[in-house]
Design a protein around this ligand. Structure first.
Ligand SMILES: Nc1ncnc2c1ncn2[C@@H]1O[C@H](COP(=O)(O)OP(=O)(O)OP(=O)(O)O)[C@@H](O)[C@H]1O
Length: 269
């Protein structure tokens, strides 16, 4: 069982073909008092790939993606986007650079309709006095764009974008959250346990969505505890252990059992 070195380019057998990463992290460190969240983590995300991050509870998965998406500021280390160093102080900074995240606790507004949720915080307004926050919302335009986005992503289960989110199933809500990330995540989409609260059918729909995003060229970082799903959808798998990257493997190079053994420390990478 030979793990791919952490700096290796993606396997040609995957869909990731370019050897130039979209997103690179080097030596990320994050501590919380005496607790070490990240202990010098490197990560590369290549165009058109799904990079899964797996690891036991407390391994640093969430902390890692929080640092990559501006939700946490690393104590040390660098992050580059398209080869340029970036420093995110808050999630808005990452969003401005085209990095969108969907976290476990879904940030949708239940009472608002699908289109309003897709454009939450980025509402399209009708022309008016420039700079005025009192310009009327362009609801028609937002609904049209929402329909276009759902169509682009092959989300067929959401026919009516005018219904409130609270009337939708868990899978449909998650699809809206992912669609929102996909609509604005021009560079990278990060999904933290997107299927955790979903049944099998709904999970499959979300995974299809992840594959679709990847196939359309948007690289996806996926945190998941669900090994079958990880091995189904990931091109490469970053195994996080005790705040460090223990190995990077692929579904071709390693079995699920191998990956879990590295994750738990039962096997060396
Ligand atoms: N805000 C915080 N304050 C204190 N400690 C934290 C904080 N966030 C994370 N940690 C600690 O950092 C370490 C890494 O946590 P993190 O949440 O990144 O792990 P994880 O791999 O995402 O775990 P899980 O699968 O349980 O979500 C853990 O020891 C955790 O307790």
């Amino acid at each position: 069982m030979a793990a791919t070195p952490t700096s290796a380019a993606p396997q040609e057998s995957g869909t990731a073909k370019s050897a130039t990463p979209v997103l690179t992290a080097r030596g990320l460190v994050k501590t919380y008092g005496r607790v070490v969240g990240l202990d010098g983590v490197d990560l590369d995300l290549y165009p058109g790939e799904v990079l899964a991050i797996i690891g036991d509870n407390g391994a640093g998965k969430s902390t890692l993606i929080k640092c990559l998406t501006g939700a946490e500021i690393p104590d040390a280390g660098t992050i580059e986007l398209d080869g340029e160093e970036v420093r995110f102080r808050r999630p808005e900074d990452a969003k401005e650079h085209g990095i969108e995240a969907v976290y476990q606790n879904l940030a949708v507004s239940p009472a608002l309709d699908v289109a309003s949720n897709l454009f939450l915080g980025r509402e399209v307004r009708k022309p008016g006095v420039m700079g005025s926050v009192f310009r009327q919302l362009d609801i028609k335009r937002m609904r049209e764009r929402t329909r276009d986005e759902l169509r682009r992503l092959g989300i067929t289960t959401l026919q009516d974008v005018t219904v409130p989110i609270e009337s939708l199933s868990g899978g449909q809500r998650q699809a809206v959250a992912v669609a929102r990330a996909a609509a604005f995540g021009s560079k990278v989409v990060v999904l933290d346990e997107p299927t955790a609260a979903l049944g099998v059918r709904e999970s499959n729909q979300v995974l299809d969505l992840v594959k679709r995003l990847r196939d359309e060229g948007t690289p996806v970082i996926l945190i998941s505890h669900n090994m079958p799903q990880v091995f189904d959808v990931a091109d490469r798998i970053h195994i996080q252990r005790l705040g460090r990257c223990a190995a990077i493997v692929t579904p071709q190079s390693h079995s699920r059992t191998d990956a879990v053994a590295i994750m738990t420390g039962a096997a060396e990478a």
